[in-house]
Design a protein around this ligand. Structure first.
Ligand SMILES: Cc1ncc(COP(=O)(O)O)c(C=O)c1O
Length: 383
């Protein structure tokens, strides 16, 4: 017996998830593997966050606070916003889908960068709208001039992603501002800043000041990356009260679980511990980049917690790294054939990646990269 389903479903692209560690161990008969494939934090949630999670279990017979009030106010206060300018989601993925539901209709278009986060095409298709993917520029950044040109009277939503996944390219704030100046001021724009914490450019906070006075701009950030909470699913949006109200209207009443809210709140209360981890990831990104350079391997300069590597070798390289117990993401599935997306792990995991790549490519071991490494802080040693 078949099922009659919405015609929208046919347009939803298939999202191919990366391999899990268990998949790789079973497939290659390995005892251990390292996972550098999903842009996760290599470190578990902070100890204090784990304690809050344990304490919170006993209260799970009650529904969560549907408005996530405590978390919203903490985020609002930290960013100089009013509480009604913050919205909480079950991961920023949920907020992207909700933005699509709130703004798109059949006959409208969603303009987004490509290759970028795979969910953007899904956002359009799920709302019955047309997806217009605009190629990146040569540096792997959103091409804002081309995106501007793709906007027409049918466009209801634009998604920008900076740093862009999977390239790591970062668009300067001045370019984002000119882009916003050049489009209709009532055209909704989401700036997906999932990798904001890893940006070292001095202008990284400027889009937030734009969001304070531009009613059409919504910034999306997440607890999934630097905070190491992707398994719990918490993301947030910051923008105008109008944007937040539109998303609140379409979300389910209890979209963020009690434990997710409590953990995110606690994680925000330990900025120094979090910053040590972030600084380590940033330093590791530089060290891995130096290692790649030492091997003569091309890569895209990244402002995120991953690097897109272009080994210029035969297609089997991803497979050979897997067989060596190093799980990285094959760029083909991400719209970047011939590349590998490598998430930054702990220093020793990154060493293992560089050593495996050097072996697989038959290139000289990147000696300097292996030798020069940041001393892990006490906190960051706790994986
Ligand atoms: C650009 C981008 N946006 C959003 C997300 C989703 O994050 P979350 O775990 O908050 O749903 C990801 C996840 O990898 C991402 O790469």
């Amino acid at each position: 017996m078949s099922l009659i389903i919405s015609s929208r479903l046919a347009a939803i692209p298939y999202y191919e998830p990366g391999l899990t560690t268990a998949d790789v161990l079973a497939r290659y008969g390995l005892n251990a593997a390292i996972k550098l494939a999903s842009n996760e934090s290599p470190y578990p949630p902070l100890d204090q966050v784990q304690a809050v999670l344990r304490d919170g279990v006993a209260g799970l017979n009650r529904y969560p606070d549907g408005a996530s009030r405590a978390l919203r106010s903490e985020i609002a206060e930290r960013h100089g916003l009013d509480v009604d300018q913050v919205v909480i989601g079950n991961g920023s993925c949920e907020l992207l889908l909700l933005a699509g539901q709130a703004l798109l209709d059949p006959g409208t278009t969603l303009v987004y960068p490509e290759p970028s986060f795979g969910l953007y095409a899904h956002v359009a298709a799920a709302a019955g709208a047309q997806a217009i993917g605009v190629p990146l520029d040569a540096a792997g950044r959103n091409d804002l001039a081309a995106m501007s040109a793709a906007i027409d009277e049918r466009t209801r939503l634009v998604i920008l992603c900076s740093p862009n996944n999977p390239t790591g390219g970062y668009v300067p704030a001045s370019a984002v501002e000119s882009f916003l100046d050049g489009i209709p001021e009532d055209l909704a724009v989401v700036l997906d800043e999932a990798y904001y914490d890893f940006v070292t450019e001095a202008d990284r906070g400027r889009p937030l000041s734009q969001a304070r006075h531009r009613p059409n701009l919504l910034l999306l950030r997440t607890f999934s990356k630097a905070h190491g909470l992707c398994g719990l699913r918490v993301g947030y949006g910051m923008g105008s009260a109008a944007w937040v109200a539109a998303i609140d209207r379409v979300r389910q009443p209890f979209n963020a679980s009690t434990l997710a809210q409590a953990a995110a709140l606690e994680s925000l209360r330990h900025p120094a511990a979090l910053d040590r981890r972030i600084q380590e990831t940033i330093a590791e990104r530089a060290r891995v980049a130096a290692g790649l350079q030492g091997m003569g391997v091309r890569f895209t300069p990244s402002q995120a917690n991953f690097i897109l590597v272009a080994p210029d070798a035969d297609d089997g390289i991803h497979e050979r790294l897997l067989a060596a117990g190093v799980i990285v993401r094959d760029g083909t599935a991400l719209g970047c054939p011939g590349t590998l997306r490598v998430s930054m792990g702990t220093p020793s995991e990154n060493d293992a990646f560089l050593a495996a790549l050097s072996k697989v490519l038959g290139r000289t071991a990147p000696v300097e990269a292996l030798a020069v490494r940041v001393m892990p802080t006490k906190d960051s040693q706790q994986p």
